[in-house]
Ligand binder design. Structure first.
Ligand code: ZN
Length: 137
């Protein structure tokens, strides 16, 4: 992770994750799918976690889902996030199935509710990196 001008750690794409970050830069949310079984999954992997196929492709998803779980962070593990507290660390279940760790934004932390409908929004934090986050929908 580097902080660049954003002031907070940002992802450093590698060969495996670059397509995800390229799509995010276009404000498109993608996950991997195996060709033999059409299994969708996230986070990025080299093999399908269901059928172990290495024949994978990236596919766009709707960006819509539900808040599967969350917690309000008041004491960040990394002191660089101190300026952002309180914030909502969220696990979102996408309508297509995979779960994604992100932040819930545009929502007071006390208003976050499990199973609430959310939709992706992109935070352009550097010229190269747009972070997918979720807001109430
Ligand atoms: Zn599979």
């Amino acid at each position: 992770m580097t902080t660049q001008s954003y002031g907070l750690p940002v992802p450093e794409p590698n060969a495996l994750t670059q397509p995800f970050w390229d799509a995010a830069r276009r404000h498109e949310l993608v996950v991997q799918r195996c060709r033999p079984g059409s299994h969708l999954f996230f986070y990025p992997r080299e093999y399908c976690p269901v059928c172990l196929s290495g024949e994978l492709e990236w596919v766009a998803v709707s960006g819509r889902g539900r808040l599967y779980s969350h917690t309000v962070v008041n004491q960040p593990g990394d002191p660089r996030f101190q300026s952002r507290i309180p914030y909502v660390y969220a696990v979102v279940q996408l309508d297509e199935g995979p779960r994604m760790v992100s932040n819930l934004v545009d929502c007071a932390p006390e208003d976050a509710r499990v199973d609430m409908c959310v939709a992706v929004t992109f935070d352009d934090v550097t010229p190269q990196i747009s972070l997918p986050k979720f807001r109430p929908a």
